[in-house]
Every structure is written in structure tokens, then in C-alpha cells.
Write a protein of this length. Structure first.
Length: 110
């Protein structure tokens, strides 16, 4: 559960949404076997959210500079950020119930 909730550190610390699950996963993965699976899932999802947000920001800057359409990407970036928060909370609730939550639209990197 803490792997998923530690992603909320991104609300306070820059890149905390990735660093939080990474730290919890690295510290506890050998002590508690379930943390390995939950940590990988949380880290993969937060990395996916980070990549999608960076691509959105890059697209917004590009389209703002050349076509004045970059403003249209701001709601998309906002929606990606909100989805990252909501799905992390859902995953924490599922983890507290003892089930592994499969995040939607996640790139499997770890």
C-alpha cells in the first residue's frame, strides 16, 4: 500500500511521484514479497505518467511556438496528472484489501 501512496509525494516534491515508490520498493522488496509486485506496478505507472506529461509539455511548447494551439494541450496534461493521483489512490485501496491492482495504460519497464 505504501508503494502506491508514496507516489503522492509528487504533490510536494518535484519527481516525488517516481522517487517515492522507488525508495519504498528498494527498501522493502526483500522483506515483504508483495511489495516487490506492488512496487513494480506503482513505479511503472508513475514512469508512464511522467513520460506522458513530458511529451504533453513538449507538444504544448511546440504547438504554442509554431501554431498557437499549445493551449489545447494544457487540459490534457492536467488530466494526466489527475489520473495519476486517482489511480494511485485506487491502487492503495486495492493493496490494503490484499489484491494487486493492474494500472490501466501502463508501459511495463521494470
Amino acid at each position: 500500500m505504501w508503494c502506491h501512496l508514496s507516489a503522492l509525494a509528487g504533490l510536494i516534491i518535484p519527481f516525488g511521484s517516481v522517487l517515492g515508490p522507488l525508495v519504498v520498493w528498494l527498501i522493502k522488496k526483500n522483506e515483504i514479497p508483495a511489495v516487490d509486485d506492488h512496487g513494480r506496478a506503482a513505479l511503472n505507472f508513475q514512469l508512464t505518467v511522467l513520460i506522458a506529461s513530458l511529451v504533453g509539455v513538449a507538444a504544448a511548447i511546440f504547438f504554442l511556438a509554431f501554431f498557437c494551439l499549445g493551449v489545447l494541450f494544457i487540459p490534457v496534461i492536467f488530466a494526466i496528472s489527475i489520473a495519476g493521483i486517482v489511480f494511485s489512490i485506487i491502487a492503495a485501496v486495492k493493496a490494503s484489501e490484499g489484491t494487486l491492482y493492474q494500472y490501466p495504460w501502463t508501459l511495463t519497464m521494470l
